[in-house]
Design a protein around this ligand. Structure first.
Ligand code: UGA
Length: 436
């Protein structure tokens, strides 16, 4: 008999997981407490932007295998329950807020059938899985718990779920591993590496991976600062060191740094947990990684002030990009939006464009001036800030844009535009970490 699955929490992670597991042939029920989100998903509509997921969701809804509900009791006949709820940074500190993870386990516990397996996918502080397993041993001793961290990237969510570069499962017995091997069989058959770990190691793999990625980005942004001070070019430096396979060229794109719902809060939660464990010294370097990252945003503002004026009240600035990265509508902890908000607060007239992120950005920062068209956004501006590297910005015609602005001054916060092309069209271009 094929396993039935439930996915608890239907955000970026859960909605993707539910649709992908359905596409592998499982019957899947997605549970979310947000009735609007559930209604949308049941209509086959995605509540957020993720390339490829919209069509996958729509087609899976027609199979009859996939459905969504607000009722935990509707998941009672599932054999495996994936916990995919958010673990945001807590309001009063660096630690992760585990409210949703705890409440979803508490809510599903009374409905778990004998032999059911609860599988955490959310990113949690090490020790959470053990704590939840103890909790289940009291409230639902007929069930078991495992941890299976998720490594998907927004913008590549479907690809990363169906063709991940590894599967990591934290289990305390063979039975839990066997169930997860059943679920992931089609993916394992592709040759995907399978790593069995204990619960704490599985939890740590996720935060270690994100900390390493954050470190890579902040490393190259630190080099960008040095290049600016010494008259070098960080893009050439990155290319040159990246040829060493021990270093690798990916995630060495210098710019305004990392944002999103994961990297920033994960390194902070990791530091907070290390402190609780009495191992704070081991992760002291992450404080510096965070500081370098936030400095990258500030450096853009410093360049604007140094070039235009300390007093920005007379200046109009176009910000191209609001999302934390392209091919996403996610504006959580977006460096681009943060820069826009800070310049706006400093008195500049800031106009923001983004291909997909305007509505989510407007919800968070209603005071900014948003425009649907780039041509509209750049009208009469004193400087254009390129802050999220959407493809459409690389295709802009600098000559055409040049006829609309007040001053042909461009700051490339992502080092992704063709500087020569813009310079030939008469623009002054400042790119982070490049002095020429
Ligand atoms: C990240 C990880 O890459 C995933 O493996 C992980 O599963 C996910 O977090 C998570 O914890 O759920 P994501 O947040 O989608 O994925 O975004 P990334 O592609 O990692 O980019 C993060 C930020 O770093 C973006 O703001 C991006 O612009 C920035 N970045 C990335 C750079 O500034 N330079 C680079 O070279 C690469």
């Amino acid at each position: 008999m094929a396993l039935k699955l439930s996915v608890i929490g239907c955000g970026y992670l859960g909605a993707t997981h539910a649709a992908c597991m359905s596409s592998l042939g499982f019957e899947v029920i997605g549970i979310d407490t947000d009735a609007n989100k559930v209604a949308m998903l049941n209509r086959g509509e995605l509540p957020f932007y993720e390339p490829g997921l919209d069509s996958l969701l729509a087609s899976e809804m027609t199979t009859g295998r996939l459905s969504f509900s607000t009722e935990f009791s509707d998941a009672a006949d599932a054999d495996v329950h994936f916990i995919c709820v958010g673990t945001p940074q807590s309001k009063d500190g660096l630690a992760a807020d585990l409210t949703y993870v705890k409440s979803s386990v508490t809510a599903i516990a009374p409905h778990l059938k004998a032999g059911a397996l609860v599988v955490g996918k959310s990113t949690v502080p090490v020790g959470t899985a053990h704590m939840l397993r103890e909790q289940l041993a009291q409230s639902a001793p007929q069930a078991d718990l495992a941890w299976n961290p998720e490594f998907l990237r927004e913008g590549f969510a479907v690809e990363d779920t169906l063709r991940p570069n590894r599967l990591v499962v934290g289990v305390v017995n063979d039975r839990a591993e066997a169930i997860l091997k059943d679920v992931y069989k089609p993916i394992i058959d592709l040759g995907t590496p399978w790593i069995r770990a204990d619960l704490p190691t599985a939890e740590l793999v996720k935060v270690a991976a994100n900390s390493f990625l954050a470190t890579k980005i902040s490393f190259i942004n630190a080099m960008a600062e040095i290049c600016e001070a010494a008259g070098g070019d960080v893009t050439v430096l990155a290319k040159a060191i990246g040829y060493d396979p021990r270093i690798g060229s990916r995630f060495l794109q210098a710019g305004i740094g990392f944002g999103g719902g994961c990297l920033p809060k994960d390194i902070r939660a990791f530091m907070a947990r290390a402190q609780e464990l009495g191992a704070n010294q081991a992760l002291e370097f992450l404080r510096e990684i965070d500081a370098i990252n936030l400095r990258a945003r500030q450096r853009v503002i410093d360049v604007v002030r140094a070039d235009l004026s300390e007093d920005l009240t007379q200046y109009k600035i176009a910000v191209l990009g609001a999302t934390f990265k392209p091919d996403s509508d996610d504006v959580r902890d977006s460096p681009a939006l943060d820069i826009a908000v800070q310049l706006n607060a400093a008195g500049a007239k800031v106009v923001v464009h983004d291909p997909k992120g305007i509505e989510p950005a407007r919800k968070r920062f209603p005071d900014l001036d948003y425009r649907e068209s780039v041509l509209d956004a750049v009208k009469d501006v004193d400087v254009i800030l390129h802050l999220t590297e959407w493809k459409e910005y690389r295709e802009l015609d600098p000559y055409a844009i040049g006829t609309l602005v007040k001053s042909k001054f461009l700051i490339d916060g992502r080092n992704m535009l063709d500087r020569e092309k813009w310079r030939q069209a008469g623009w002054r271009v400042h790119a982070l970490g490049r002095t020429d």
